[in-house]
Ligand binder design. Structure first.
Ligand SMILES: Cc1ncc(COP(=O)(O)O)c(C=O)c1O
Length: 400
């Protein structure tokens, strides 16, 4: 059994990806090769070995082992048109390295105003000190990105949908404009997990995943990955290696285990997420539901055109009330944990405020915003829990 076969359907590729016989042996999954030192039979063997930089050959622990190679290969298969994947110990380290691999001091980076806030902080702190200027753009800019490209623009960072606010970007239009001007495109594709949206196929040069979320899927591993076209592969690989980036084989094993069930999990996240989003949108306490599959979400038509599904993460805006009223909704929930991550099997609720992270656009709402990660619990139970939460919110909002 080997991965291969990008002509196969995505669900099949999730099952076969990375399962080369030379990596798995006689069992289904590649074993956990826990090693720093790789041994050679003799000095002659050492000299004949891959002292230069080769993929998929034993060399030294930092270059990985079959467990990590299998995961990297399976992730590459999620992005048709991708040449290879580098693995990172978190989504943020993947974003940082991908940007570092393509930018040079003096460059301008265009970044969507809806970016994940640590991506923004990295640009403002690290990249700025390193001589890169970041300019933010309206996530809904589409082909209008052309007007923002100048001689110094090296790269465009996209995230679709946007963190917290869920605007869908016209990625193909942005990529077409970028390509015409020789600008490199990067996409944080974590929400779609490279499964409901295949970025490289749609024109993106480099796609990034926080594997911590849906790829791992069980809230027990931090992971990042970067997949890119052949043109950028050596640059990405060299930068990651120079920075000493490596993930443990145990984490790679858990990520592979999660990846095998991504299709069924994503379908359930989608179904429950949509049911709950639609239910919330009918409630008088809710001003707005920010979910790409709902018709009033900015960029919904683009989502319909480009995506094959929707994930279980979305936000809603309460119709008035203050942070304490929102907290009374969240605090009494029995099935929703309060925590920063998402993409796991368990539901989460988080108060969020998109406003401070906006500079190119303004974020104004009728009330507090809550982000939900819809997990794999029974949807009726989640709705019953949220219904009680809305009652608590209403009482708290009336008292003030
Ligand atoms: C959209 C997005 N990208 C990247 C990351 C960063 O991933 P990690 O937490 O693995 O560093 C996150 C984390 O929440 C995220 O939401």
């Amino acid at each position: 059994m080997s991965g291969g076969g990008s002509d196969r359907k995505p669900a099949t590729r999730l099952v076969t990806g990375g399962r080369r016989k030379e990596w798995t042996g006689a069992v289904v999954n590649p074993p956990v090769w826990r090693a720093s030192t790789h041994l050679y039979d003799s000095v002659a063997d050492l000299r004949a070995g891959p002292t230069t930089n080769e993929d998929g050959r034993f060399f030294y622990g930092r270059r990985g082992s079959p467990t990590q190679w299998a995961l990297a290969e399976a992730l590459t298969e999620l992005e048709p048109g991708g040449h290879g994947t580098m693995l990172f110990p978190s989504g943020v380290s993947a974003i940082a390295c991908a940007l570092l691999a393509v930018l040079r001091p003096g460059d301008v980076l265009l970044m969507t105003d809806s970016s994940y806030d640590p991506t923004r902080s990295y640009a403002e702190a690290f990249l700025k000190k390193w001589g890169v200027e970041t300019r933010y753009y309206d996530p809904l800019v589409g082909a209008g990105i052309s007007d923002l490209i100048c001689d110094r623009t090296r790269a465009i960072m996209m995230e679709s949908p946007g963190s917290l606010t869920f605007e869908i970007q016209d990625v193909p239009a942005i990529c077409a404009a970028a390509q015409e001007r020789g600008v490199i495109t990067l996409l944080d594709n974590t929400w779609a997990a490279s499964y409901f949206f295949r970025g490289i196929e749609r024109g993106v040069d480099i796609t990034i995943l926080a594997g911590t979320k849906y790829i791992v899927g069980h809230s027990d591993v931090m992971l990042g990955s970067v997949t890119c076209r052949e043109k950028y592969w050596q640059r990405l690989r060299r930068t990651a290696q120079q920075l000493g980036q490596v993930i443990s084989p145990d984490d790679a094993y858990l990520a592979l285990r999660g990846l095998r069930t991504l299709d069924v999990r994503m379908r359930q996240h989608q179904e429950s997420g949509l049911t709950i989003a639609r239910w919330l949108s009918q409630k008088p306490q809710i001003a707005k539901v920010l979910h790409p599959a709902l018709p009033d979400c900015p960029g919904h038509a683009t989502w319909q055109r480009d995506f094959s599904g929707s994930a279980g993460l979305f936000s809603f805006v309460l119709d008035g009330g203050d942070d304490e009223a929102a907290a009374s909704l969240i605090d009494g929930l029995e099935l929703f944990g309060i925590g920063y991550s998402w993409g796991g099997y368990e539901s989460l609720a988080l108060p969020v405020d998109p406003a401070p992270d906006r500079t190119a656009t303004k974020w104004q709402t009728e009330g507090p915003v809550i982000r939900l990660n819809i997990g794999l619990e029974d949807c009726d139970d989640l709705i019953a829990d949220l219904a009680k939460g809305l009652e608590r919110y209403e009482k708290a909002a009336c008292k003030r």
